[in-house]
Ligand binder design. Sequence first.
Ligand SMILES: Nc1c(O)cccc1[N+](=O)[O-]
Length: 239
Amino acid sequence: MRVDVVSIFPEYLAPLELSLIGKARGLGILELQVHDLRTWTNDVHRTVDDTPYGGGPGMVMRPEPWGRALDQVATPESTLIVPTPAGEPFTQRVAHELADLPHLIFAPGRYEGIDQRVLDHAATRMNVREVSLGDYVLFGGEVAVLVIVEAITRLLPGVLGNADSLVEESHTGGLLEAPMYTKPAVWREQPVPEILRSGDHGRIARWRRAQAVLRTAERRPDLLAAADLDKRDLDVLNE
Ligand SMILES: Nc1c(O)cccc1[N+](=O)[O-]
């Protein structure tokens, strides 16, 4: 997979050189390049914003630099990802969808956002997806890019040492993951649930599933409605 990020704060994306993302880049699993949007400005002040038509507070990102940036970076295989509070919810399902694509271009906006014509023009030549991490307001989209790139990269084949890790985690299968424990067996007078030390893998799997169902029912009933529950799950909820 290739990823290009265009930002007025390219240094914000430095964490994409670290840890497993850095490893994926080193292995050639992920090809990633960060660009400074001001590269595509043509005035002495390298201007990227201007006042909004129709009035109102703040500034809007000018279309010309973005247009020239996308002209250079986009290919026929590109999908433009625009992190914005006005976007569709970014979920594990969306992460899986994006992880299957050949080329993602991220356009994190600043100020009051990017001139809408940039997205509308881009949509005439590539897929455009506006995605939101949540219902809150940030200074810009760069931190959202870090989150989305991490969520996608860990799904790419060869990145996680044990692909089984993807099976039992939260939101895979629509449920939150069960609580996890490690040594010592007792910590500050709190024992690890006995079943986890029983060695009975069938009972352990059923216990973990029950815990996931109960935790999801308590914290995220919205997910439970969409989850694929079996009779045993329903019995757990009705106990
Ligand atoms: N919430 C927000 C924002 O305020 C600015 C850019 C991106 C996002 N987001 O992805 O959620």
